[in-house]
Design a binder for this molecule. Structure first.
Ligand SMILES: *Cc1c(COP(=O)(O)O)cnc(C)c1O
Length: 365
């Protein structure tokens, strides 16, 4: 049995540090917006080389509040891609803005800069490029178009902790960046969590108010805020795990290399890595024409897989009101019918990979 993901082995490897960190919070008697959150915000901003990090309750809230802090909201349009995780769009809609989709590059499956300009209208205020699967978007042309049209760029870094584009870390390109610490992300809490990163002090100040009922100082509220805070317990856990992020990402890179070699002679297409990309391999996603049958075959062999994602956002029932039809974004739609995520986590035993490759090679549709 090779599970799609398991988090216990990693926990066991850092158990003492984690238990000590949780104990310290319990002993402190302080659970919301305290020393652990402040320290994590400092350490995460330093890791990225960014000015400010603001802890929030989730990656979805990070996108929502990043947009609001940058002044995006009602009557605005925000451009993103249709093959992202639904929370990207939940965050855009929570800000009051409307999502507008742009199709993706057929190799990287990230926002296709060549299709961006055509989606811009007088109402467009922001672009949310998604570093999908931990592979960076082609940021240079995206930033150039954003500059030309005076648009805010909010990077969705929920899958991109530690990934690099032309040598620089994802999360340092846009005006604001949104991170998720959902447990299975490359930097994962033991519960929900997120952070917004920015080098703009004014946006950071807005975010600190927005996440805490819009409070400027105790009981004085200068903006309409929400309750969306990273809690002390999760911040303490994340401080421990941040110290291991680079080593865990390096393990993923080694595993991805082993997968690439082992799968070269099989019928699946291995993930494309652009020459300017240093992906963090959050997911290892192959493409297979008979994807559903392959997934069933692997399940029979005891190999867990997932599909990220089977239905593009514009074809989800919840977003029917956007009025978009099948065929609107052919590259994303085709990807959704072919992608298959194989087991990928730093503790995946490397001898699992030849077993998975043999199981794939033994599949005959
Ligand atoms: C996980 C994820 C999110 C949302 O994060 P949550 O912490 O679950 O709210 C947003 N965008 C992408 C691309 C994600 O993978």
């Amino acid at each position: 049995m090779i599970p799609y993901v398991e988090l216990q082995t990693q926990f066991k490897s850092i158990e003492q540090e984690i238990r000590a960190a949780i104990d310290a919070v319990l002993e402190s008697g302080w659970f919301i917006l305290g020393e652990q959150v402040r320290a994590f915000e400092r350490e995460f901003a330093a890791y990225l080389g960014a000015g400010h990090a603001v802890g929030v309750a989730s990656g979805t809230d990070a996108i929502h509040l990043a947009l609001r802090a940058a002044g995006v909201g009602l009557h605005d349009e925000v451009i993103t891609v249709p093959n992202t995780c639904v929370p990207t769009v939940c965050g855009i809609i929570a800000s009051g803005a409307s999502p507008v989709f742009v199709d993706v590059d057929p190799r990287t499956l990230t926002l296709d800069p060549a299709k961006l300009a055509a989606a811009i209208t007088p109402r467009t205020r922001a672009i949310v490029p998604v570093h999908l699967y931990g592979h960076p978007c082609d940021m240079d042309p995206i930033l150039e178009i954003a500059r030309e049209h005076n648009l805010i760029v909010v990077e969705d870094c929920a899958q991109a902790h530690g990934a690099r584009y032309k040598g620089a870390l994802c999360g340092t390109f846009g005006h604001v960046s949104a991170f998720s610490f959902y447990p299975t992300k490359n930097l994962g809490a033991y519960g929900d969590g997120g952070a917004v990163v920015t080098s703009d002090a004014r946006i950071a100040e807005q975010l600190r108010m927005l996440r805490n009922y819009g409070e400027e100082r105790r009981y004085y509220h200068s903006v309409e805020g929400v309750n969306s805070r990273l809690d002390e317990m999760q911040a303490a856990i994340l401080r421990v795990k941040l110290l291991h992020l680079d080593e865990w990402n390096a393990a993923r890179v080694r595993l991805a290399g082993a997968y690439n070699d082992a799968l070269a002679a099989t019928q699946v297409a291995i993930p494309h890595s652009a020459p300017w990309a240093l992906p963090n391999h959050h997911l290892y996603v192959v493409r297979a024409p008979h994807r559903d049958a392959l997934q069933a075959h692997l399940k029979e062999q005891g190999i867990g897989t997932l599909i990220h994602y089977p239905v593009p956002i514009h074809l989800q029932a919840a977003y029917r009101h956007l009025g978009l039809q099948r065929g609107a974004f052919p590259v994303a739609e085709r990807a959704c019918s072919e992608v298959l995520s194989l087991p990928m986590y730093p503790e995946l035993p490397s001898d699992a990979i030849p077993i998975i490759a043999r199981a794939i090679a033994g599949f005959h549709p």
